[in-house]
Design a protein around this ligand. Sequence first.
Ligand code: SF4
Length: 396
Amino acid sequence: MTSVQQIDSILQRAADGGRISPDEALLLYTDAPLHPLGEAADAVRRRRYPDGIVTYLIDRNINYTNVCVTACKFCAFFRAPKHAEGWSHPMEEILRRCGEAVDLGATQVMLQGGHHPDYGVEYYEELFSSVKQAYPQLAIHSIGPSEILHMAKVSGVSIEDAVIRIKAAGLDSIAGAGAEMLPDRPRQAIAPLKESGARWLEVMEVAHQHGVESTATMMMGTGETNAERIEHMRMIRDVQDRTGGFRAFIPWTYQPENNHLKGRTQATTLEYLRLIAVARLFFDNVNHLQASWLTTGKDAGQLALHMGVDDLGSIMLEENVISSAGARHRSNLQELIWMIRTAGRIPAQRDTLYNHLQVHWTPADDPTDDRVTSHFSSIALPGGGVGKALPLVEAH
Ligand code: SF4
């Protein structure tokens, strides 16, 4: 069989719902012509979602502290303990931000922060229970395995105990942050103090076993090889075969500003789009695939809708972590809906569980609240923007 015939045959099998091996995924990633690759991925999306609906979410990423002991080389957000620019928000500030998000129609908060040396399980119990008590309508889709390992270490308890306790306090699901690159070589190069990829997955597996589902991310463009990108996906797929707890896969591209890697490497839009398509074909056991318009831009985000994507992610009423490293794309409710509709799909607002909250079958069904928009990083403000309301809330 020639390699062209081999690629055709793999694409056909994957489009029909068959499983492809990591080697086959790598061959598609490096050698498949872009058009047939996208077509095959889109065929899988159509079969999974024949209604043509593409979802979006309204949520807010709220950071409780930028103090962190882990010093990842790609991170522009953290400050070392005792650094003059370090801050931690008091609970009332976090709750105030949650309240603003609720007023703007958010259904989810992503609470994320650094590995503060003093924050053990007790801190997170108070954080989640306070948010849940004040805003029971908000899903707490937050933190990641790194935070769970850190809090368990600070409190001297097992991973399992930490998961059980923060779930009881109100954590609904775990965001897939901190995955970066899971294979050892690239992970060591960019985050030498972080847990290994195997350990990251172990925490996810424990959480899934205790009924706490999650999403899984991937940060591409920090010098990893194509084979390592596919290996990252294989590691996640293997765990998913055992637990079924990953709801979505969300690749995004490294942003080069204000961090120690200094943009020496980056992923191109084409590499990103090809990876999106291969992910849709490779993950026969993960339901949702999300485009990251924040890092790749809205044009690439919309193109990804033709490469197998069924979810455009969040408006992100607030985002500080990736914005600090240079992601400058911003959007709003009307624009995300327009991107989905002009790609020939039907937009729908979803919740954290991917239930459709409102399907905008025609433009007459579109929401009109123009306050629902994403905001630039507020960490440039003293104290991480404490006390500052979202600008459009003030203006309304
Ligand atoms: S990515 Fe997270 S763990 Fe790493 S330095 Fe930044 S805040 Fe700390």
